[in-house]
Ligand binder design. Structure first.
Ligand code: 26V
Length: 748
C-alpha cells in the first residue's frame, strides 16, 4: 500500500470547505495527501541512481499526485458532493522550474521510475522564480516573474536538519533541501536545493537561467551549476561514509549519477575534490571512482549550447575546482598520448583548450557512458560532434530514445481516449504500457469512437482557448499544432509562411475544397532572443489579419496561445489532429512534444529529424506526413553552396516572405521583421543566408499540409491513421526509456 487511503478519504469527507477559497482548499487537500501518502517510509534501496538536472519542469502536481496515489476519482466525487468541481484547482499554476524539453524529460523520468518501482532520485535547484510568465502586449512577448510559490508549496518539505554548506572563494552558501515525494510503486524523492545565508547567496537560487550575456551573469550561472552539483555530491559522499565508512572503492557500487546535459558536469570535479581533499584519497584513485560513477546525456548539437567556462572565471570563484580541472586535463592528455592519439585529436577532446574548459569534453573523458536522446541524434554525436571521442572510446556511446509518461500525457490529460482504450483492450495498458499495442488490428473498428473523442477534446480545447486567449474557433476545425520553445531551428517562421501561402491561395481561389482549419502555436522565446521574439510578433500579426478576414475565416484561423506551459500542453496535445515537427534535419535532438501528440492520436507532419524518424518507423509512413530535406540533403546543400534566393523565385514563396517587409504587417517600428527577412536572404556576420533551410523546405511543407487537409475529408480513414499512431506509441513511454537506463547504465 502506497497510501493510507481510508485515512485520506475520512479526512477529505471531514474537510470543512465552507468559506474557503481555492488556494486554501488546495493546500489543505494536498497536505492531507502528503500526510497519508508518505506514511509508509521509503524502502531503502542498496543501489540508487541520481538524476542531476538544472531543470525539473514538473507542471501542476495536484491531479498527478492524486492519480499516482490512486485517489483522484474518489477525491473528485467527494468534492462534488461538497459542491466543488475538482477542475477549480486548474487555477493553481504550474511549478515551471524548467525551460522546455530537457526539464520536462527530467520530470517524466522521475514519474516513470517511481511508477516502475526503481530507485531514481532527482537533485536540482529550488528557484524562487521559475520560467517567466509570458504576456502579449500588442502582439509582442513580454515577461513577468513566475511567483509560483504564491499558492503555497504543499508538496514540498523543507529539511532544515539536512542543510549543507557550499563554499565559493568569496562566500559560503547554505544549501537547504526541499523534498518533493514522487509517488508511484515506490515513493522516490526529488530534492531541490535552496540557497540561503545572505542576499548574495540567495541570488543563486533566485532565477532559472539568469541572463548570461555579461560577466556577472556568467558567474552567477557558474555558481548555480556548482551550487547544486556540490550540495548533491557532497551529500551522497557523506551518506556513503556513514553507511560504509571509508570504503570509497564501493561508492560506485551504491551510486549511479546521471548528468542531465553539461550543466551538472562540475559534480565530477567536486567528487574528486572531496575524495582527495577531505579523505586523502590519491588523485588517480579518486578519478577512477568518478569514472565508474557518472554518466552523461547530451541534449543538443547546437554549438552555442555546449558550455565552455573561461578558466579565469573558474579560478576566481572556485580556485580548488580550477586546480583539479587542470590536473584532470593533464591526466587526460597523458592517457590520450599513451593510446596513441595525435596532437590534433587530443586538442579536439581536451578538457581545456586556450584557457576554456569544455564541460562536454570533461564529461566525455570521465563518464562511463554518453548517450544521445534519439537514434539519429546519437548517430550524429558519433559521426560529427563527438567523432574523435567515439573513434577512441566507442564502448561509451549508447542511445536512449526519449519518452514521455503516459500517466500525465494520456491517462490524466485524455480521460476520454483512455476510456475508449479500456473498452477496446481492457485496462492492463494502464500498468503495462506495452499492452497499448493490442490496439493494432482494432483501429478500423474504433474509428468512429475515436472521432467522437477527438471532437470532444477539441471542444474542450476551443473553450479553453476562448476563455484564456479570447479567440473563437468554430467546432470541428482541423487542428494543426506547433507547440515548443521558440527557436529558429524549430522553424515556426516556416509555418508562418506556409499559412500565408494557404491564405493567399484561399483568397485567389487557387486552393479549393479546403477543410476548415486552425493553426495553434504555443511557445516562449528567451527574453533576449530578438529574432524569436520577432517571429512571435509576426505570427500574432498574421493571426489578427486572418481571423478578421470574413472572406476566409470560415476556413482558416490562427492562434498563438499566451503563456504556453505544461498545463496548456495537456489541453493542446489532447485536442490536436496534426503535430507539426518541422525542425531543420539534424538539429532537433529528439523532441518529446511529438510523442505526446502521437500518443493522443495526432498524425505527425514533420521532417526526418530527432525522434520523428522512430515515430514514423513505428506508426507507418502511410499514417504520417514526412517532407523536406534529410540530414544528407542538408549536408549536400551546404557543400554545394545553398542559394536560398533561388527558392524565392516561386511567386507564392516570394509573396509570403515579402510580407515581412512589404508593409503587409507592422513590427511596430522595431526592425524585427526586416531582420528576419535579412537572415533568410543575406545572412548575418555569424551565419549564411537562411541557415535553417526554411526556403528550401517551404514548398514541400505546404504540399504536406495540403495533403493532410485533403486526407482529412475522409474522416474515418483519417481517424484510423490517427489511431494507428496511438496504437504504436507505447515505445515512446518514458517507462521504456527508464527501463533502458536502469538496465544498461544504472544497473539498478
Ligand atoms: C539551449 C540553448 C542555450 C543557449 C542558446 C541556444 C540554445 C539552444 C538550445 C538549447 C537546448 C538545451 C538542451 C535542450 O533543452 N534540449 C532538448 O532536450 C529535449 C530532451 O532530450 C529534446 O527532446 C529536444 O530535442 C532538445 O532540444
Amino acid at each position: 500500500m502506497l497510501m493510507d487511503k481510508e485515512k485520506f478519504i475520512a479526512g477529505l469527507n471531514g474537510l470543512d470547505s465552507n468559506n474557503k477559497d481555492v488556494i486554501c482548499l488546495y493546500n489543505e487537500i494536498s497536505a492531507l495527501a502528503m500526510r497519508c501518502g508518505t506514511a509508509e517510509a521509503e524502502k531503502p534501496a542498496a543501489r540508487n541512481a541520481y538524476y542531476l538536472s538544472m531543470e525539473f519542469l514538473i507542471g501542476r502536481s495536484f491531479y498527478n499526485n492524486l492519480l499516482e496515489l490512486g485517489v483522484l476519482e474518489e477525491t473528485a466525487e467527494i468534492l462534488a458532493k461538497k459542491g466543488i468541481d475538482i477542475s477549480v484547482f486548474e487555477e493553481i499554476e504550474d511549478a515551471a522550474l524548467g525551460n522546455g524539453g530537457l526539464g520536462r524529460l527530467a520530470a517524466c523520468f522521475l514519474d516513470s521510475a517511481a511508477g516502475l518501482g526503481l530507485p531514481l532520485h532527482g537533485y536540482g535547484i529550488r528557484y524562487r522564480y521559475g520560467l517567466f510568465k509570458q504576456a502579449f502586449k500588442n502582439g509582442f512577448q513580454t515577461e513577468l516573474p513566475d511567483d509560483w510559490q504564491r499558492f503555497g508549496d504543499p508538496w514540498s518539505v523543507r529539511r532544515e536538519d539536512e542543510k549543507r554548506t557550499v563554499s565559493f572563494a568569496d562566500m559560503s552558501v547554505t544549501a537547504v533541501p526541499y523534498d518533493m515525494p514522487v509517488f508511484g510503486k515506490r515513493t522516490n524523492r526529488l530534492r531541490l536545493w535552496q540557497a540561503e545565508g545572505s542576499d548574495e547567496a540567495e541570488k543563486i537560487s533566485e532565477y532559472l537561467y539568469p541572463a548570461d550575456d555579461t560577466e556577472d551573469g556568467k558567474i552567477l550561472r557558474l555558481r548555480q551549476e556548482y551550487f547544486f552539483s556540490a550540495a548533491s555530491v557532497g551529500e551522497l559522499l557523506d551518506k556513503h561514509v556513514k553507511a560504509h565508512g571509508r570504503n570509497f572503492e564501493a561508492f560506485a557500487r551504491y551510486n549511479a549519477i546521471q548528468l542531465n546535459d553539461t550543466h551538472p558536469v562540475l559534480a565530477i570535479a567536486e567528487l574528486v575534490r572531496l575524495l582527495t581533499a577531505d579523505y586523502k584519497v590519491d588523485f588517480a584513485a579518486a578519478l577512477e571512482i568518478a569514472k565508474k560513477t557518472f554518466s552523461y546525456t547530451n541534449h543538443t548539437v547546437l554549438p552555442e549550447a555546449l558550455e565552455c567556462w573561461n578558466g579565469d572565471i573558474i579560478k576566481k570563484i572556485l580556485p580548488d575546482i580550477y586546480a583539479l580541472l587542470v590536473k584532470i586535463h593533464l591526466k587526460q592528455k597523458e592517457e590520450l598520448l599513451a593510446i596513441g592519439c595525435a596532437e590534433k585529436e587530443i586538442a579536439e577532446m581536451a578538457v581545456c583548450a586556450y584557457n576554456c574548459f569544455s564541460m562536454a569534453n570533461l564529461a566525455l573523458y570521465v563518464c562511463k557512458t554518453v548517450n544521445g536522446v534519439a537514434r539519429l541524434h546519437t548517430e550524429i554525436l558519433k559521426d560529427s560532434l563527438f567523432k574523435t571521442a567515439y573513434c577512441y572510446f566507442p564502448e561509451k556511446f549508447t542511445n536512449k530514445t526519449n519518452g514521455i509518461t503516459q500517466r500525465r500525457w494520456l491517462m490524466l490529460c485524455n480521460k476520454e481516449l483512455s476510456a475508449l482504450i479500456d473498452k477496446a483492450i481492457g485496462t492492463g495498458w494502464r500498468s503495462d504500457i506495452s499492452e497499448l499495442g493490442k490496439l493494432c488490428g482494432k483501429t478500423a473498428g474504433l474509428a468512429d469512437g475515436f472521432a467522437e473523442v477527438k471532437a470532444e477534446k477539441k471542444r474542450q480545447l476551443f473553450d479553453y482557448i476562448k476563455a484564456r486567449d479570447g479567440v473563437e474557433i468554430p467546432r470541428n476545425f482541423l487542428v494543426y499544432a506547433q507547440v515548443k520553445r521558440l527557436h529558429e531551428y524549430k522553424r515556426q517562421l516556416m509555418t508562418a509562411f506556409a499559412i500565408l501561402e494557404i491564405y493567399n491561395g484561399l483568397k485567389d481561389g487557387s486552393i479549393k475544397d479546403f477543410a476548415p482549419s486552425v493553426f495553434i502555436f504555443g511557445a516562449k522565446s528567451a527574453s533576449g532572443y530578438r529574432r524569436a521574439k520577432a517571429v512571435i510578433k509576426f505570427i500574432n500579426e498574421i493571426a489578427v489579419k486572418i481571423n478578421a478576414d470574413a472572406q476566409t475565416n470560415g476556413l482558416l484561423r490562427v492562434v498563438f496561445v499566451c503563456n504556453y506551459n505544461v498545463s496548456y500542453a495537456e489541453k493542446i496535445v489532447a485536442g490536436s489532429d496534426v503535430s507539426l515537427q518541422v525542425s531543420t534535419a539534424g538539429l532537433e535532438a529528439s523532441g518529446t512534444g511529438n510523442m505526446k501528440l502521437m500518443m493522443n492520436g495526432a498524425v505527425t507532419c514533420g521532417t526526418m529529424d530527432g525522434a520523428n524518424i522512430e515515430i514514423v518507423e513505428r506508426a507507418g509512413a502511410e499514417n504520417n506526413y514526412i517532407f523536406g530535406a534529410t540530414v544528407e540533403d542538408i549536408e549536400r546543400l551546404k557543400k554545394e553552396g545553398y542559394k536560398p534566393l533561388e527558392y524565392l523565385e516561386r511567386p507564392a514563396h516570394a509573396r509570403a516572405v515579402n510580407a515581412l517587409v512589404d508593409g503587409s504587417f507592422s513590427d511596430g517600428g522595431t526592425g524585427g521583421f526586416k531582420e528576419l527577412y535579412d537572415s533568410l536572404t543575406v545572412g548575418a556576420g555569424w551565419h549564411a543566408a537562411d541557415n535553417y533551410f526554411v526556403l528550401y523546405d517551404l514548398e514541400s511543407y505546404v504540399d504536406a499540409l495540403l495533403k493532410i487537409n485533403a486526407d482529412y475529408k475522409d474522416r474515418r480513414v483519417f481517424a484510423i491513421k490517427q489511431l494507428e499512431n496511438v496504437a504504436n506509441s507505447a515505445y515512446f513511454s518514458s517507462d521504456r526509456t527508464i527501463k533502458e537506463y536502469a538496465e544498461d547504465i544504472w544497473e539498478i
